[in-house]
Structure formats: C-alpha cells, structure tokens
Design a protein around this ligand. Structure first.
Ligand SMILES: NC(=O)c1ccc[n+]([C@@H]2O[C@H](COP(=O)([O-])OP(=O)(O)OC[C@H]3O[C@@H](n4cnc5c(N)ncnc54)[C@H](O)[C@@H]3O)[C@@H](O)[C@H]2O)c1
Length: 458
C-alpha cells in the first residue's frame, strides 16, 4: 500500500488548502472535522487573522465551526512553506475573467510555482477551482513534470475535482453533495477517491481530469442557458401581457420533463456569469463556436438594463422622471441569503440608476456596507417614513429574512423583480407580470419550489 494511502486510512495525512474563500474554507473545515491536520493558506491576512480568532467570514460556516477547530486541527496561515509538510494539497483559488473577458488562470499558475518549490514525492495535488477542460493536465501535470524530477502517477499524484458548493443552500453542503473526481492516471484517481470518501458522503469518479473539468462547466452552462431562456420569455410575456410567474408555477406541476427556472434582474456570483465563458473560450481553440453560450450570456447580461427600462416606465406612468427620483433597492447580494456581491445584478441596477441621475439607496441585511468607486455606501435602516418617502422601492434580491409585507404596506410604489410579493397586496409592479396574478382568484396549483433554477445558484 502506498504511503499516502496509509496516511489517508489512518487520518495522519496533512492537508493544505490554498485559497480560503467560499470553497477553500468549506473544504478545509470538512477535512479538519474528519480529523485531518489542515493548513489553510491565504494571501489575505485579514482572513487568516479572523480565522485565527475563531471567526468565520463565510455565511454558511458558523464562528463555532471555526472556533472548535482552529489551532487544534485547522491552522490558517499565509506562508506557503507549510506545503513542505503537506501530503495532500487542494487548490481553491479564484478563476476570474481578465479585462478582455478571457480566462485568468494566473492564480493557479502562481500556486503551482509555490507547490513546486516545496513539494516532495508521495504528494496528492487536487485542483478544485472551476476551469476549462485541459487545465489540470497543462498547468499542473506538465509543469510539475518539466520543473521537477517527479513523474505524475508514479512519484506524485494529480486530480481534478470541481467544487459544487451552493452558498445559502441549507439542504446541500460540501459533505452531502456528490463529488466528481478525475485523475491524471488511474492511481491518481484512486488516491483522490479514497481521500474524499474518507470525509464526504458520495464520490463519483470520471475517466479523466478533462471530463471532471467539463462536468462543472456543463452544469453551469445548463443553468445559464435555462435562466436566459426564462429571462427572454419574461420579456416576451411582458409584451404579451401574460404573467410569466403564473406560467412557470403551472408548468412546474408537471411531474416529469420540466425543471423550473426563474427570471430576475440578471445573473451573478462567481460561477454562472463566468464559467460558460471558460468553456466557449476553450472551444474556440478547437475551432468550435458555442452559439448557446454566447446567446445566453447576451440575454442574461442585458437584464439589468431591461429592469432600468421598466423602472423608467413605472415612474413615467406615475408622472415622474427617473432623474432625481428617490429609489430604494432592496438587496445588493447576487442571490438570496448570501453576503456575496460578486457580479451582482443588483449592484448593476444600483449603478445604472445612479448613472441616470436617480437618488439611490439600498437595504441589505447581509451587506451592511460596500465600497464602490472609492466611496463607502451603507445600507439604510428600513424605517416606515423612509420607505414611504421613496418614489419607488425595487426588490432586487430575495433574501428570506426581509419583511416584504412591511415594505409593501409602506411603499408608495413597489417594483418586484423576484416575485416575493406574490401573496402580498400593495401597489406592486412585477417583472414579467404586467397583469398581476392574484393568487386568490387563481386555480389552486401546488408548487414544489426546491430552489432549482434560481439565478445565481452555483
Ligand atoms: N463560490 C462558489 O460558490 C463556488 C462554487 C463552486 C466553485 N467555485 C470555484 O471555486 C474557485 C474558488 O472560488 P471562491 O468562491 O472560493 O473564491 P474566493 O474569492 O471566495 O476565495 C479565493 C481565496 O483565495 C485567496 N487567494 C487569492 N490569490 C491567492 C494566492 N495566490 N495564494 C493564496 N490565496 C489566494 C483569496 O484571498 C480568497 O480568500 C473558483 O474557481 C470558483 O469558480 C466557487
């Protein structure tokens, strides 16, 4: 039995997680809970310092979770030298787009440089960042083999395993979401499978690292395309005077062959707006052009502007210009129940309103403040007078802790892009629901909304 396998079985393997963001911190905590000694490495000293004090900055991880592990089995550091002690290294670094909207894998490259400096034989390296098919082979296997004397599959082992964590999801977490894994060789894959099976409920092997990379991109492209479809149908239904939400609810009663996706002010988060672009960029290198991906991206990224055009119409109908109108945006996060604003369509709506001369404020219980263009912008307090004095209140994120009844009671005019006011009476205009669907007069349809298709989930 190989040394590393023995260490996995006896839980004496030391794990290093590079990048302690949403993904890395969740994996590090789960591995530490399974009794591994875990080093979490992050260049952001603010994060490592918070963790060292037993504090979490990720909404799904509680302070108690960190407090019970830190300095005992979990160590938050910013020195890469701890990699010398690691038997298993997991890379959970951001994979954004660069200024030209092409994949930026520079952080993976720099992590590999650090790994090469400290790595020794019998180490398992796993990439978890979302990326294009071929990355693990090109940026990890090939580089390690060229720059060290180690042969992958014999001296050292390399796998790819996409993270599928869905922030804010109370049912599925890192532990109970099936984990896909592909290895560079069969031995690599077997070690990766043994490692994840030692602390996760279900590990699903695929035949290669490229297949595992592609799985994640298929999943998020599927979401992007379906959200775009429902967003486009929303624009169409608005034109035709049909309520899209009523249509989706009724279609959702079909027990087979249909998965509900819901419209909204756009898509956000680190994954859905970005991952499909990784795939289409890679496909172009093979002379293949993905029409679905480009079209979905176009439709989804134009939704904030559509919301602005509806806001302009709503104000116009009330004899008010957008310029100098007092508007409150409810929700700034990219999706419900998270404190993450990356690529948030709510932020884009907020900025577009500002650009058009509106006087915009926001309320978000999970985002007390943020910095935009060097300015600190703070969430307002939701006071009845403040709500009543606004020309328009716009619901941009559907956090579950917000009292929408209270808002509807006090707002002179409410524009709801998330259909959270479905059973609330008030002066409400609904995105995709010009002819408002009054539940009381509708046939009784029972909807199983499991959150599937809510834009921004990833
Ligand atoms: N957030 C999600 O819901 C989610 C879900 C599935 C997959 N992913 C993918 O996982 C990867 C990580 O995403 P995330 O959301 O955790 O990102 P994140 O931005 O929350 O965290 C990344 C962390 O890496 C740190 N970092 C940056 N450069 C570093 C370096 N050179 N060395 C060490 N640390 C460094 C940052 O300080 C940050 O704490 C991405 O590829 C993303 O697409 C994210």
């Amino acid at each position: 039995m190989s040394e590393i396998l023995q260490k996995i079985r006896s839980r004496t393997a030391t794990v290093a997680v590079i990048g302690l963001g949403y993904v890395g911190l969740s994996v590090a905590v789960e591995a530490a809970r399974a009794n591994y000694r875990v080093y979490g490495i992050d260049i952001d000293e603010n994060k490592t310092e918070q963790l060292q004090r037993g504090k979490s900055y990720v909404t799904d991880i509680k302070d108690e979770d960190i407090d019970s592990l830190i300095h005992q089995r979990l160590y938050a550091v910013h020195e890469f030298s701890v990699l010398a002690e690691a038997d298993i290294i997991i890379i959970c670094l951001p994979t954004p787009l660069n200024i030209n909207k092409d994949p930026d894998v520079s952080m993976i490259r720099s992590a590999v440089d650090s790994i090469i400096r400290y790595v020794s034989r019998d180490t398992l390296i796993i990439l978890e960042s979302t990326t294009y098919p071929g990355t693990t082979e090109e940026l990890i296997k090939n580089v390690i083999e060229v720059k060290t004397q180690l042969e992958v599959g014999k001296d050292i082992f390399v796998c790819y395993s996409p993270e599928r964590v869905d922030p804010g999801n109370h049912k599925f977490n890192v532990k109970n979401t099936p984990k896909i894994l592909g290895g560079i060789t069969e031995i690599c894959a077997n070690l990766g499978i043994q490692f994840y099976r030692s602390f996760l409920e279900n590990v699903i092997p695929v035949s290669s690292t490229a297949a595992a990379e592609m799985v994640k991109l298929l999943e998020n492209t599927f979401r992007s395309v379906n959200i775009a479809l429902v967003n486009e149908l929303t624009l169409m239904c608005d034109r035709m005077g049909i309520n899209i939400w009523e249509v989706i609810d009724a279609a959702s009663t079909k027990p087979f062959g249909y998965i509900p996706f819901f419209p909204g002010p756009g898509i956000g988060g680190h994954c859905i707006p970005i991952d499909p672009t990784y795939l289409s960029w890679r496909a172009k290198k093979f002379g293949f052009y993905n029409k679905f991906i480009e079209l979905a991206s176009d439709i989804n990224s134009n939704m904030p502007r559509y919301v602005i055009s509806q806001i302009t119409d709503i104000l116009n109908d009330n004899e008010k210009p957008l310029k100098n109108s007092n508007i409150i945006c409810i929700g700034m996060a990219y999706k419900k129940d998270v404190n993450d604003m990356r690529e948030s369509p709510a932020l884009e709506v907020f900025r577009l309103l500002q650009q058009k001369g509106a006087i915009v404020t926001y309320y978000d219980p999970l985002i007390p403040w943020f910095i935009d263009n060097g300015h600190r912008i703070s969430s307002i307090e939701l006071l009845p007078d403040l709500i009543a004095s606004a020309d328009l209140v716009v619901i941009t994120t559907d956090h579950s802790t917000i009292d929408y009844q209270f808002i509807a009671e006090h707002a002179a005019l409410l524009y709801d892009t998330k259909n959270v006011t479905r059973s609330i009476k008030g002066n409400v205009v609904l995105l995709g629901g010009h002819k408002r669907f009054e539940k009381s007069s509708s046939p009784d349809v029972s909807i199983q909304d499991n959150g599937e298709g809510r834009e921004g989930i990833d």
